[in-house]
Structure formats: C-alpha cells, structure tokens
Design a protein around this ligand. Sequence first.
Ligand SMILES: Cc1cc2nc3c(=O)[nH]c(=O)nc-3n(C[C@H](O)[C@H](O)[C@H](O)COP(=O)(O)O)c2cc1C
Length: 356
Amino acid sequence: MWGKNEVTARLQIEWPIIQAGMAGGSTTPELVAAVSQAGGLGTLGAAYMSPDQMCAAIREIRQRTDKPFAVNLFVPEAFDANFFVSASVAAVLNEVRQELGIPADPPMTKIVESFAAQMEVVLEERVPVFSFTFGLLEQSWMAELKERGIVVIGTATTVREAQAQEESGVDMVTAQGSEAGGHRGAFLQDAPSNLIGTMALVPQVADAVSIPVIAAGGIMDGRGIAAAFALGAQAAQLGTAFLPCVESGAHPLHKQAVREASDETAVITRAFSGKAARGVENRFMNLLAPYEQELPPYPILNALTRDIRAAAAKQQRSEYLSMWAGQAASLGRETTAEELLQQLVQETEQVCRRLL
Ligand SMILES: Cc1cc2nc3c(=O)[nH]c(=O)nc-3n(C[C@H](O)[C@H](O)[C@H](O)COP(=O)(O)O)c2cc1C
C-alpha cells in the first residue's frame, strides 16, 4: 500500500511524498533541492516569479541536486483590469496603508506575471515535473509539455474537477481537501460551496479517475500519509509541514504563526487576493470581512494588496501579512527538510506496520 508505486516510478522518486509548490517565497531552491535530494519531490512555487527569477531558481535547484523536482504555476483566469473597487474596500486598504506609512491609492502596475512567458521557461528548461492549480491547462501547453516528456500534475477540489483534469490529459491529479493551507484550487465551483475535506474527497476521486491521485490537505505526519494511502492516494502532498523547515523562505512571523497555531487558527478568506485561501486569521482578514460581497476578484485584489503585504513583511507586522497554513499546522516541526522527510518515511512505515 505504501512505498514504491506508479507515482514513484513515473516521477522517479524514492518516496511518494511531495513538498507542495508554495508561491510567495517559501519554496526556496534550497528547500526544493533538499526535499528532492532526500528522496521526495520538491516543488518550486513559481506563480509570482518573473521568467528570469524562475530561470535562476531552476538553475540553482539543478546545481544543488540531480534528482527530479517540480515547478508549479497558476493557470491564468480572465480579469477586468478596470474593475471598479468600492469606496469602502478602498478606504480600508488606505487605512492600512496609512498605518504602515506607505502611499494611498498606489497605481496598479503589473497585475500578474505573463503565464506564457513563465511556461516558456518550464519548456525551455525541460523541468522534470510541472504542476498547476486554479484551472485546466490549455491543450497547446499540454501538448508541448508531453512532447518534452514533462510529467503533468493538475489540481482538483471536487470529483468533477478531477474528471475534467483527467480528460484534459494530466498524468496525475492532486485532490486538495478543504483542510489545505493556501489558495483553493477550485475552478468549476465557487468556494466555499465545495469545501470537501481530504477524508471525503480522496476516496471519491480515486474511484472516479484512473490516473494516480495525490492527496493534499491537513497531512503533517506519518499518520496523515498512511491515511492518504488507505483512502486510495498514491502520494501525499504536504505544504504547511514544510513551512517551518530551516530551508523554507517563509517570513519568520509566518513560521512563528505556524509554530503557535491550533486547530482553530487557519480560516478561509478572500481578503488578500480575491480568491478563497486558508491562512492564519489576522487583523487584515477581519477588517475586510464586512465587505466580503464587494471584494474585487482574483487577481485584481491580489495586485491591490501587494504593497501592503510587502510593507508588512518589512515592518514585521504579522497582522497585515498573508500567512497561509492548513488546519493541522500545529503538528508542524522545525527541522531540516532532509530530517523531516526521513521522519515522515519512518512514521508512515510504523503506522502501516501497526495497522497490519
Ligand atoms: C503557504 C502556502 C502557499 C501555497 N501556494 C500554492 C501554490 O503556489 N500552488 C499550489 O498549487 N498550491 C499552493 N498551496 C497549496 C498546496 O499545494 C497544498 O494544497 C496544501 O499545502 C496542502 O495542505 P497543507 O498545507 O495542510 O499541507 C499553498 C499552500 C501553502 C500553505
């Protein structure tokens, strides 16, 4: 049930454990390379990176390890750059800016990185594995990836989404339960209507598709990994568990928040980006909560809050930082990625032995 399977064979990894791509700086080349070097699959969360930054990071990963790794991107969504921002939302954002001592109503420069330019890097660098979230991949990109032998992994939060991913030609699908930290990968239904937990989602997806299923959401230790396998997954993807690692680039306040988390800490909000995401509850989320219905959609709000998040990071103000984390964050441990991976493998084996 655990160990070598279709996923490890296809990804050419020793253990079916994947470190999730986490956009925003947590997944440093050091972290990605350390996970891969230790026999798992490290993933570079590259969604917010420019093509040049991606190239540099990919090259650094390759200098550090010759093992396979993944690059993760956000599938683009249509958006209206002139979206009207309500006076009440603009007022809250400016109130926060004033508190941080940064200019009100800054001009919105780049809303998102060019997905096409990012994909060119993925293709040119022939990264071993490409994973994505927020939708389906256009067939032209799928064909280019396949032509280069790149393994493709899509994200689903419902059975219907998993089936759509399979039909579109992905090699594997990540079933992201509602416990998961970070953005919801939902694309066929608006959250929160599809908040299906990992325990319910994974077996239903495993029954509905014939490609391998990777379980994600709330998995922090060997108990969670063994459970994911019992539910029909062939690999486990962990995000929050890797945030406190020595090699992680998460902001020290983000690491501290994960360290101090309880089961009730991480809530779902649209306040930072316009898209539902799970993170440690803070003042910024609460300030915008009354205006939930008026919040601009992703990626507009994400671009609008960029200056606030950057200033908050510099000024050590955790109340205005987006600190994504899953519902099991309190099970996190501060150690090296190699040590964490070894512990996860040992624990999973112990649990499996105990259950047999
Ligand atoms: C800080 C953070 C950032 C994330 N960023 C991404 C991302 O860029 N792309 C992606 O596909 N998933 C992202 N996720 C979601 C993970 O892929 C995964 O679904 C999630 O971490 C699993 O739940 P867990 O955090 O409880 O392990 C992120 C998660 C976290 C915690």
